[in-house]
Design a binder for this molecule. Sequence first.
Ligand code: ME8
Length: 515
Amino acid sequence: MAGEPFFITTAISYPNGVPHIGHAYEVIAADAIARFKRLDGYDVFFTTGTDEHGLKIQQTAAKAGISPRAFVDEMAPRFRAMAEQLDCSFDRFIRTTDADHVAAAQALWRRMEENGDIYLAKYAGWYSVRDEAYYDEAELVTAPDGSRRAEKTGTPVEWVEEESYFFRLSAYGERLLALYEANPDFIGPDSRRNEVTSFVRSGLQDLSVSRTTFDWGVPVPGNPAHVMYVWVDALTNYITSCGFPDEGAPRWRQWPAALHVIGKDIIRFHAVYWPAFLMSAGLPVPQRVFGHGFLLNKGEKMSKSLGNVVAPTALAEAYGVDPLRYFMLREVPFGQDGSYSHEAIVNRLNADLANDLGNLAQRSLTMIARNCGGQIPQAGEPAAADRALLAMADALPEKARGLMQDLALHAVLAEIWAVVAEANRYFAGQEPWSLRKTDPARMEAVLYTTAEVLRAVGILVQPFIPSAAARLLDLLAVAPEARNLAAVGPGHRLAPGTALPAPSPIFPRYVEPEA
Ligand code: ME8
């Protein structure tokens, strides 16, 4: 896999409000995948960003009494700061107001137009500003206050008539179905694939792709009275960052994307519209689109002392970045909905991180510091118990690769923690503290085996809890270039006699702040 490109993206967020927990969840999950692939030798390119055009933004800015440009210039940095605070290793933060993006969106439009897929007509229909989408009569309900609303989202709709450009989506049904058929992994999880397939099977209508009722958007090439429908503009971000329309750009080797990580609510845009646009433009389609679930605050459960916080910034400050990342990725099976609460986060933090992994590292490394001269101990002749435990740790990269292929992030963590649990049982059963007097060589072997398992675990947890993993690997004196998946196993065992730094705890327990 060495050097093979792996382009991974998040959706780009609407910056019409401050970042919320869903935005944090998505960028953390994508970051864990990106980091895992880097550890496995891929040439990873990882982007996230903001989706800054459209009526919603224009209206929010107007309410705030400032220009849309000033508004997004104020909001976009908050999204970037959140991703940075959460230790997300993105290579580009793309804003749809970036000059190269506007040029890319116009170039894509021209390609679709040259292919005969864009035509001018009149549009009349029920439009939801909140959803930036038109709805059919059949998709509406009447609210108690008499207003017409979209049934699916509950947002108000208004009757809109405008001249509009259309994209000939109706021509792409067969090709899309063939794409899903030939690439079973194109849409995940399975529930989403079924949903999309039946939507396409039911017949596709042409898509209105321009607006004349507002002007905060990318002008349509050749007819600036129109701005592009925000989804045409937004989806293009993925090829902008690969250098489009310059197909000779160095980054172009990253296209097609290996994976678009998005929420389940926008799967149709990514699995139907987006590949159709790309087919029209004669460009390769992404390899995979994965719609994760929604993360919801169960409500009342948050602790009073935290003021019922839901802002990701506040959660990261209250629990720490690594514990928050770990919680989100371990607690929620990726692809399903999940919920969070103060109790659930604290429980994971204290049980899995502070107790299981933190204590094992602290106890074994303290014994090494005190009894082995602060050096990696002698391995000795491994006993059956040592070999069994090491075999489990050595098997982690292969297991993790397989589970990662299914994007089962929670299952990767479960496998790693199964090894941690086994190492704890081993440590308790071998009683190295008793061996200190009776059989010091055996004590060294037990401590060596434990340290070696911690090395494997430290390498494997880097994608999920990057700072704590780095601290653990530092404590084991693992060289920076030996922190990848290929370094797990017999070929790169810890060298006895290597000097270690003084041990320090990697995960403090969470204690409730004083009321
Ligand atoms: O949809 N839990 O932007 P957005 C988990 N601009 N994920 C959530 C969530 C929650 N509670 N709420 C939202 C947009 N998301 C468009 C995308 S991409 C070319 C354009 C996810 O700010 C949501 O599913 O509303 C989406 O993937 C992302 O957050 C941004 O949502």
